[in-house]
Design a protein around this ligand. Structure first.
Ligand code: FEO
Length: 171
């Protein structure tokens, strides 16, 4: 069982996670268009992870006898003007997602819904990594900004990122 209010918030989060995937595919497309294929790869993997996040919540709602209601996904931004802008938008977006996860945890705690709180703790921890990775990309880019060779080295490093599905996706 799950309350209507929590079900609503979890369904909203499913939408936000799918939107995140859409946003990161849009950023991947931007990087591909400027031939930074390593950056593009990093965002491709990021988009795959966001779909996993959406499906983990989708599966959880089903598992507790709730009803998944899928919503419209807005178009993401496509007008990136620089590498820096795309990387900064990523950090801002992850901070927005963190706040959103926290607001669901707040409701779970208010309702003393400990199973949903427990489920959400994976996301609380994941957001530490998500914000950290986004911040790391900005800082490393700032170190090499203006140095073509440095940017290509960073691009080669980001090309190494490989998708690994979280175990909870199967849950
Ligand atoms: Fe699903 Fe990047 O948070």
């Amino acid at each position: 069982m799950i309350s209507d209010k929590l079900q609503e918030k979890l369904n909203e989060q499913v939408q936000k996670e799918f939107f995140s995937a859409y946003l990161y595919l849009s950023i991947e497309a931007y990087f591909a268009s400027v031939n930074l294929n390593g950056f593009a790869n990093w965002f491709h993997v990021q988009a795959q992870e966001e779909r996993d996040h959406a499906m983990m919540i989708f599966n959880y709602i089903n598992r507790v006898g709730g009803r998944v209601i899928l919503r419209q996904i807005d178009a993401p931004r496509t007008d990136f003007k620089s590498v820096e802008e795309a990387l900064k938008l990523t950090l801002e977006h992850e901070q927005f997602v963190t706040k959103s996860i926290y607001s669901i945890v707040d409701v779970a705690l208010e309702e003393r819904d400990h199973k949903t709180n427990s489920f959400l703790q994976w996301f609380v921890n994941e957001q530490v990594e998500e914000e950290g990775n986004a911040d790391n990309n900005i800082k490393r880019y700032e170190l090499v900004k203006g140095d073509g060779r440095g940017i290509l080295m960073l691009d080669a490093e980001l090309a190494q990122r490989v998708y690994a599905p979280p175990a909870l996706t199967q849950a």
